[in-house]
Structures are given as structure tokens and as C-alpha cells.
Design a protein around this ligand. Structure first.
Ligand code: DLL
Length: 435
């Protein structure tokens, strides 16, 4: 630990020093990838670029991008830059189809990763006195072990709960005196609902902090979770290809996520792979600067965000990104209008009559795309009166129109009708190709 306030001294490195460190590490990782991964060597040659061409940070744009597709071609270990005996762990990230992406770690990679997640947890106030209940999957998913070892490193008491068996999770929270929880926001919403059905009041638990991530969620969901559990809830961003969680995390300001620039080089690009203007939104491209096992160059994450490069009152000098707006490939294009599911969530979660669960169905009616939002109502709002029902339905439709500029069909359903998820939610069902 560096001080009472920070886990590592690198968190407050002056900007110039941080940039110098980035350049030094960028040169190292580019050379490492070129020397040890045939795939990168060939890509560099095709592009007519050599590691010696990297003299300043801006030279990164000379390098080719790496994509999710490249994992498929190189399945399982073709992108690894060290011999197999130096890899001490692997994880996988399952895409929606085809082969999973296999990611590997050397002992030093794991050490760096543990420290990055520890930085994040320490940043939001987790200390050795805390009881940390880790309610995500512990297997191939990076969220389980990623948080587990970091919490142990801080010295917290770890409850390796995993997912599911929600009533027991709630029992343990109370019996063990859990103070910090980690879950996907959709599972946290489900836990909230089960706790409510058990008539457990937020202040009956000793919870203080919630770490939520691994999928898009909204500020209005944050409010609901904070009220239900009497906690402060923080957004946690990461991806398996960049170790897992611990890439970026909110600090106590809850306004943007610090992205650890001593370990990741950040770019935001448009559809053509060109840098966007400062502060504009686009796809996040990351180059890990210290990864020995998997030195991905200019990796296109598919996640859409923008850089909020203002000074932060927490004192950390690492840039902040806005919470992820959505995945480029999650974006629904309906009648020419781009919609991210998180925009819909944002609208729904601020309407008091609306419950915590929803689903978006996209269908085609002739040549016209239709979007139907199925929304659970809160029990209290469900009076049985048709006029109430109609009023709420038009209210939801009106609010969605204001945000999306798009007419939607709204179907109100009873609580418990829509599927619950213990890890990442699947909220959008696109039936356009099936009709
Ligand atoms: O989800 C790693 C993780 C574990 C992050 C625990 C946070 C907490 P993957 O399964 O490889 O890794 O999925 C990565 O999930 O590219 C984003 O599209 C999405 N994602 C992750 N965190 C967030 C977030 C883990 N806070 C993919 N907001 C990423 C929005 C997120 N999307």
C-alpha cells in the first residue's frame, strides 16, 4: 500500500511521467509482440512497419489493429508470446458464437492484474476490515478470480460465493456481516428483488459498497441499487483480453472511470479506425503495455465510450472514460436510428411504476422494423384498473420517445414474467432474421 488514500504510487504519477512511462512500455510491448508472435510479425510486415518506427507515443497509429476475429484464427494459443510453460493460468471469454477467446497469464501478468484490481477496490474504499462477497462466476470468467485475489491482497475477508442460490447469498450477507459485494448489475437487481420478497430491509445488512460491472448498466439502475442496499455503487469495466476486470473503475466521485494508463494505452477511433476528435465518442482501442503472455497491439474492444480528460478531485492522474455507452455490435439500428439497450434501461429505471426487469424485442413488419419493450410493473403500480394500465403504458412510451426519438410498442407485464440472469443479462432479442 502506498498511502492511506492510494494502493500504488503510480496512481498519482504526474502526467508527463505517466506519458514517458507509456512510451517506454509501448516500445517494449511492440518489440515483444514482433519478436515472439509470428502473427504480429507478419501483420507488421504487411503494413510496412517495424518496432524501431515507434519513437513517440503518436507513432502507435502506424501499427495495425488486432480484432476479436484474430483470436479465432489463432485459437487456442497462437497469440501467446511466451512458451506454454511460462503460462500459469488461462481464462476464456465466450463470444456469442464460435470459438472462445483464450487468454493467458504469466506469473508477472497475474501480479500486475491483482494489483490493478486492488487499486480499484482500494479506490472505492475497500479495506482489510471488510467482508467481501464475490457473487460472480469463478470458472472461465475473469471476474471471479480477478476480484478474489485482489480482495485477499488488500486483506479483506473473502466470501467466494459465486453465482446462484440467491436466498442463501442474502442469508450469508447478514450472517457473515458482508460489507462489500461484487456482482453483475443484472444479478444485483435480482438479489434486490429476492431480498425484497424476503422482506429484508436495506439497513438490516451491513453493506457499504457495491462493485458492479461486466455489462452495460445505467445511472438510474445505480440509484435503485444504492437505495435498495444502502450502499455506494461503482462501475467496474474490463475485458478478458485485457486481463479481465480492473482496466477502468469509478472513484468516489462516481463520474467516469479511471483507466490505468501505466498498463493500457488508450485510443478512441471512429468506424474507419481514425482517431476521433478530443472528447468525442467512438470505439475504445486498447494496447496492454505490460502483458508478457498476450501482448495485443491496438485491440479493438467493440466498446463505445469517450475520454473525459479533466482533472479528478481524487488526485489520480489517470484519464477517465465515460461509462460504456454500449457495444458497437450491440447497437440496434431500427428505422435508421441507432439505439443502445442501455439508453432504454436509463429511461425505464427512472419511471417509478416500472419494475427492475425488461426485455427488448425487435421484429420486422413488412419492410418496417418494430421495437417492442416488455416491461415488468411494480406490484404497487399494478392496480388492476385498465385506466392505470393505459396511463403507465403511454408514460413509458412517451419517455422512451423523448430519449430515443423512436416510437416503440410497450407491453406491460407482471413481476416475475421476464427471465432473470445470474451473470450477464441478455436483454435484446432480435427476431428480424427469423421472420
Ligand atoms: O466482463 C470482465 C469483467 C469482470 C469486468 C467483472 C468487470 C467485472 P468479458 O467477459 O471478456 O470480461 O467481457 C468483456 O463486457 O468488452 C464490455 O462489452 C462488457 N463490459 C465489461 N464491463 C463493463 C461495464 C468481463 N462496466 C465485455 N460496462 C466488454 C459496460 C462492460 N460493459
Amino acid at each position: 500500500m502506498y498511502s492511506d488514500k492510494y494502493w500504488q504510487k503510480e496512481e498519482v504519477l504526474p502526467k508527463k511521467e505517466l506519458e514517458d512511462l507509456q512510451l517506454k512500455r509501448l516500445k517494449w510491448v511492440v518489440r515483444h509482440a514482433y519478436d515472439n508472435v509470428a502473427f504480429f510479425r507478419q501483420r507488421f510486415k504487411e503494413r510496412g512497419v517495424h518496432p524501431d518506427d515507434i519513437r513517440k507515443r503518436e507513432d502507435i497509429t502506424k501499427l495495425p489493429f488486432t480484432t476479436k476475429e484474430d483470436f479465432k484464427v489463432n485459437y487456442p494459443f497462437g497469440l501467446f508470446a511466451v512458451p506454454k510453460q511460462k503460462i500459469i493460468r488461462i481464462h476464456t471469454s465466450s463470444g456469442t458464437s464460435g470459438k472462445p477467446k483464450v487468454v493467458g497469464y504469466t506469473a508477472r501478468d497475474l501480479e500486475n492484474w491483482i494489483n490493478m484490481v486492488a487499486r480499484c477496490m482500494y479506490m472505492v474504499g475497500v479495506r482489510s476490515k471488510d467482508v467481501f462477497q464475490n457473487m460472480v462466476s469463478y470458472t472461465f470468467f475473469t471476474g471471479g478470480l480477478g476480484f478474489h485475489y485482489a480482495a485477499e491482497r488488500i486483506g479483506a475477508m473473502v466470501v467466494p460465493a459465486g453465482t446462484g442460490n440467491t436466498e442463501r447469498q442474502i442469508r450469508y450477507m447478514i450472517d457473515f456481516g458482508t460489507t462489500v459485494i461484487h456482482a453483475t448489475p443484472s444479478y444485483a437487481m435480482h438479489i434486490k428483488e429476492v431480498a425484497e420478497s424476503l422482506k429484508i430491509k436495506p439497513d438490516e445488512t451491513g453493506l457499504r459498497i457495491g462493485c458492479f460491472g461486466a455489462e452495460p448498466w445505467s445511472n438510474n439502475t445505480r440509484k435503485r441499487l444504492e437505495d435498495a442496499f444502502n450502499i455506494k455503487a461503482f462501475d467496474s469495466y474490463g475485458l478478458s483480453e485485457m486481463n479481465g476486470p480492473g482496466v477502468a473503475f469509478e472513484c468516489e466521485e462516481q463520474n467516469g472511470l479511471h483507466i490505468w494508463a501505466d498498463h493500457y494505452f488508450i485510443e478512441i477511433v471512429d468506424k474507419n479506425g481514425e482517431a476521433v476528435s478530443e472528447g468525442e465518442k467512438g470505439e475504445l482501442v486498447l494496447t496492454p503495455l505490460t502483458k508478457e503472455a498476450l501482448p495485443l497491439i491496438r485491440y479493438k474492444t467493440g466498446d463505445v465510450t469517450f475520454v473525459m480528460d479533466d482533472e479528478c478531485s481524487c488526485g489520480r492522474t489517470h484519464p477517465k472514460i465515460h461509462r460504456i455507452l454500449g457495444r458497437a455490435d450491440d447497437m440496434i439500428v431500427v428505422r435508421g436510428i441507432n439505439v443502445f439497450p442501455s439508453q432504454i434501461e436509463h429511461v425505464l429505471m427512472q419511471i417509478p411504476e416500472v419494475g427492475d426487469h425488461f426485455q427488448v424485442l425487435i421484429t420486422r413488419n413488412g419492410s418496417l422494423d418494430e421495437i417492442t419493450v416488455k416491461v415488468e410493473m411494480r406490484d404497487e403500480a399494478f392496480t388492476g384498473e385498465l385506466s392505470d394500465f393505459k396511463r403507465i403504458q403511454s408514460k413509458v412510451q412517451r419517455e422512451l420517445y423523448k430519449e430515443l426519438g423512436l416510437r416503440t410498442n410497450v407491453e406491460l407485464v407482471e413481476r416475475g414474467t421476464i427471465e432473470r440472469f445470474v451473470l450477464k443479462a441478455k436483454r435484446v432479442v432480435d427476431l428480424r432474421d427469423e421472420i
